[in-house]
Design a protein around this ligand. Structure first.
Ligand SMILES: O=C[C@H](O)[C@H](O)[C@H](O)COP(=O)(O)O
Length: 264
């Protein structure tokens, strides 16, 4: 029996082979190809007429490109994009996606975005690209939030990668706020560092005019909801990169194919 799929359908759980024949030799894909595979899979959820939250980062960029292509081909019509950063705004404009904002479109049908860490319960760390505040606002307003990652982003617990856990703070007395964050996570052996721009070495300023404090933990931060609430209670904190219970679906691309994980 044959099955008909939408024109932009990629079967999940498929090992991508070296040729279009039935070779069982898996193709070694680059990390960027895996990101693109996850992104294309997520775009299968996009339907004409939808309001779409457009994520930020190297993985989400592939989704924006794909949506732009499908609009150009006439496969998707009446799409409105809500960009999560100035960078995504500019990129989406370049690929001719009609753009709006949350004030005009307060309900978003679907958001597609990358992540820096994904734990087994689909909790996330986001914001290593500096866009966490707008991402959280738009993804919170979305009926469905599809996260796209390559398998390197999967962790056993939040913080396990040892990479930055970002917190957006107001510039006023940021050193004081950084110190308070270290004290808050003393038991996790937390070190707080101000984020600087790789290009200029200057303090990195977010799209909202704020700074980012990157936290590094040597131990688990414990209950995520408790940690999230405690960070938000600190005066000077604007938002943090922990996305607890927000993802409805996570699409993971790996060497063995694409896995779609849905929140129970
Ligand atoms: O601020 C950036 C975002 O949260 C990104 O979605 C996240 O950092 C993942 O980025 P990438 O897809 O480039 O790894």
């Amino acid at each position: 029996m044959s099955t008909t799929y939408a024109p932009h359908f990629i079967p999940s759980k498929t090992v991508l082979s070296t040729s279009s024949s039935f070779s069982s030799t898996p193709l070694i894909m680059s990390q960027d190809e895996l990101k693109k595979t996850a992104a294309y899979k997520a775009v299968e959820f996009v339907e004409s007429g939808m309001v779409i939250g457009l994520g930020t980062g190297s993985t989400a960029k592939h989704a924006v490109d794909r949506i732009g292509d499908l609009i150009q081909q006439g496969v998707l019509t009446n799409i409105v994009g809500i960009p999560t950063s100035i960078k995504t705004y500019e990129h989406a404009l370049n690929v001719n996606i009609t753009l709006s904002d949350l004030e005009t479109h307060p309900v978003v049908d679907l958001a597609i975005d990358g992540a820096d860490e994904v734990d087994p319960d689909l909790n996330l760390v986001k914001g290593r690209g500096g866009a966490l505040l707008r991402e959280k606002m738009i993804e919170f307003a979305s009926k469905k939030f599809v996260v796209i990652v390559d398998e390197s982003k999967l962790v056993d617990y939040i913080g396990a990668s040892g990479l930055a856990f970002p917190v957006e703070v107001v510039p006023f007395c940021w050193k004081f706020t950084a110190h308070r964050l270290e004290l808050l996570f003393e038991e996790a052996d937390c070190v707080a560092k101000i984020r600087t721009s790789v290009e200029t070495g200057e303090v990195f300023v977010t799209d909202n005019g704020n700074y980012t404090i990157d936290l590094y933990f040597k131990k688990s931060i414990g209950d995520l909801k408790v940690a999230s609430d405690a960070i938000l209670r600190l005066p000077g904190v604007v938002e943090h990169g922990l996305f607890v219970n927000m993802a409805t679906t996570v699409i993971v691309a790996g060497e063995d194919g694409v896995t779609v994980k849905n929140k129970c």
